[in-house]
Design a protein around this ligand. Structure first.
Ligand SMILES: NC(=O)NCCC(=O)O
Length: 423
């Protein structure tokens, strides 16, 4: 994407940077006076236990890998208040964002192998940094080819216990790490049905379970309904050695009830592995650019709001780069045909139940975001705000049951004078 502002200056460069910067956070910290930046950051990222988020001291080995292979590596720490009757429950969580490696015109096997090689380095960096739970991006084994509608990309689909799972099982065992692996799944036992699935691999390398994406986008070039079906796994929460986790895959983040359901099942961390592009969703993604009134409006859609409303942590991941496909396609909007989706803007980040959030990873570079989080914060926020306690689930249940019926009529009470003719 190459955008010019009204003075003709480049705002979003070809490389995906914003005026040469990695992210909004780096623009602000480089250009604002420190005391102004501190206040801006307080408003944008919130406070955790009354303070700005602290940085995590990252391992020398992890830093060396990030330096050698040029990926963004950042680490933060969400604290909770000290309790008298419970010990802190601190877990180290990681998110990986990455671009594909080879052109989409090359042999599928080579494309896949190159992605595995890159991921191995990033996962090693997470492993040597002591990450306990690691989530990869949506459909990480392949280019995000769903814009093309070409069926040959189905070849990338794998069974739950397929090649990518086996590859990650070994790393999960090696690093005693839970790994969430979102892939295109081929369900051989059900006539080769294809799903968009996150596989949860336990820290002993075992498969704990899977969750299939509930909501399929029908917006822009996201022609994913051509490839796979709406998930049939409900809203599972996986109890792992390091906490109760769930996965709300990409477009599910626009559905507040989807977030709610994972919360009702007791999730402490919900991951949102995504693939989305600048033109479509970037101002909605971090809720960082908005002024407070717009922020409240946009928050109904997004991860940070979900963390607040459901008293859990959220890890949001987006892939990076522009993926160009061999054949042109159109978007059904009268605009010229094209060969790419647009720029996947990375910007992965964490949000906490107290409304604080980390700065985002780079908009255009591969990255590993690490965060320590004391899971005690979830219950502390439930006790403080009582959102769960004060919700009126019986009212919503009745409302939704009625709404689902074919003869539903909206509950609207019209002013009787509205349609009265004046004399
Ligand atoms: N992968 C996916 O569901 N993308 C939809 C676009 C969006 O939600 O921003």
């Amino acid at each position: 994407m190459d955008k010019k502002n009204e003075n003709g200056e480049e705002s979003v460069n070809k490389d995906g940077s914003i005026c040469g910067y990695d992210s909004l956070h780096t623009i602000l910290s480089a250009n604002l006076k420190p005391h102004i930046y501190q206040e801006v950051s307080r408003l944008l990222h919130g406070l955790n236990c009354g303070k700005p988020l602290e940085l995590v001291a990252l391992s020398a080995n992890g830093k060396a890998l990030s330096f050698e292979h040029d990926f963004d590596l950042q680490g933060f720490c969400f604290r909770a208040d000290k309790e008298f009757l419970r010990e802190p429950r601190v877990v180290r969580v990681g998110l990986i964002q990455n671009s594909i490696v080879l052109p989409t015109t090359l042999h599928f096997l080579d494309q896949k192998k190159a992605i595995f090689q890159k991921l191995k380095l990033l996962i090693d960096a997470a492993g040597v940094s002591g990450v306990n739970i690691l989530c990869l991006q949506e459909a990480w084994t392949m280019p995000f080819a769903f814009c093309t509608r070409e069926k040959r990309w189905c070849e990338f689909a794998e069974p739950v216990d397929g090649e990518s799972t086996q590859f990650l099982q070994e790393l999960a065992r090696k690093y005693n790490m839970v790994i969430i692996s979102p892939i295109l799944e081929r369900d051989v036992n059900h006539g080769d049905t294809i799903w968009n699935t996150a596989i949860i691999i336990g820290n002993h390398g075992n498969i704990i379970g899977k969750h299939r994406k509930n909501h399929i986008p029908r917006v822009g070039d996201f022609n994913e309904s051509t490839y796979y079906m709406e998930g049939n796994t409900g809203h599972p929460v996986f109890e792992t050695a390091f906490g109760k986790i769930a996965v709300n895959i990409c477009y599910g983040r626009h559905h507040p009830l989807n977030w709610l359901a994972f919360g009702l099942n007791g999730a402490e961390i919900v991951f949102n592995p995504s693939a989305t592009v600048g033109e479509l969703s970037e101002p909605m993604w971090p809720i960082e650019l908005a002024n407070p009134s717009i922020e409240i409006f946009l928050m109904v859609l997004q991860a940070r709001n979900a963390a607040i409303a459901n008293s859990y942590f959220v890890g949001s991941i987006n892939r990076v780069g522009t993926e160009v496909f061999p054949n042109p396609f159109t978007s059904g909007d009268g605009k010229p045909q094209h060969k790419d989706f647009g720029h996947f803007y990375g910007s992965s980040h964490f949000s906490a139940p107290d409304g604080s959030c980390t700065p985002s990873l780079s908009r255009f570079r591969d990255g590993l975001l690490i965060s320590d989080m004391d899971l005690n914060l979830c219950r502390q926020l439930k006790d403080k705000w009582g959102f769960r306690m004060t919700a009126r689930y019986e009212l919503y249940a009745e409302m939704l049951a009625n709404y689902s019926k074919a003869d539903y009529e909206p509950q609207v009470i019209s002013d009787p004078l509205l349609h009265k003719k004046s004399p």
